[in-house]
Design a protein around this ligand. Sequence first.
Ligand SMILES: Nc1ncnc2c1ncn2[C@@H]1O[C@H](COP(=O)(O)OP(=O)(O)OP(=O)(O)O)[C@@H](O)[C@H]1O
Ligand SMILES: [Mg+2]
Length: 234
Amino acid sequence: MLELKNITYKIVEHGKEKVILDDISCVFDDKCLTAITGHNGSGKSTLTKIIMGIVKPTRGKIFFDGEDITKLSVDKRAKLGINYAFQQPVTFKGITVKDLIDITTGEENSTDKACEYLSKVGLCARNYLDRDFDKTLSGGEQKRIELALALAKPGKCFIFDEPEAGIDLWSFDKLNNIFDNEKCYIVVSHQERLLKKADKILVMENGKIAKYGEAKTVLKSLGSGYCERLKEGL
Ligand SMILES: Nc1ncnc2c1ncn2[C@@H]1O[C@H](COP(=O)(O)OP(=O)(O)OP(=O)(O)O)[C@@H](O)[C@H]1O
Ligand SMILES: [Mg+2]
């Protein structure tokens, strides 16, 4: 179980204080798919980066299975079982996709095993294993490989920041199956299909939690066409 207590994140911009996250308290349950949604700039990515330790909060505490992890590095959090997939994947020239899968899983994988990870995200795996994980891959391919890597890690809590970004909607509908209710999945998304599949939905607004609860109840309160309105910035 992951618990955030009074998480606040402030920065100073042009000599003025700016509050990015304002006193966020919530619990993410094990065996629960939680979707985080909300307008651009509402603080979703910052919140997930704070959970992973990429950004340190100005105030507040984070507990993972009862342990205070607020001061732990990204590395130590990863060892405890928290995984993260970026909104924008980071690419590496000179490292193949197969190398990355081996590094991620911490073992030399057979071709078949490595292919399994890539097939999960809908890639015809053998075409990709020897490719460098660099900018010669299309945006959608990079994103899918990043998702496969995140899923290949052993762990208890998996955070995905807009897994749909760069992937066409038709393909993303199929990718939705990679998230289930077996572990703690926290997925930032604007996709209605994913919100409907989620157990819980957390809606961010101006750095605060606007709504958080059972998906059905939250979706009802958001009204029909919420995701369309989000995409249009309304
Ligand atoms: N280090 C920083 N310096 C200045 N502004 C920042 C910093 N980090 C975040 N912000 C601002 O905080 C706000 C929230 O950013 P964040 O990336 O968390 O939003 P988001 O909800 O993920 O948006 P999107 O849907 O566009 O991905 C934005 O206005 C962003 O510009
Ligand atoms: Mg974001």
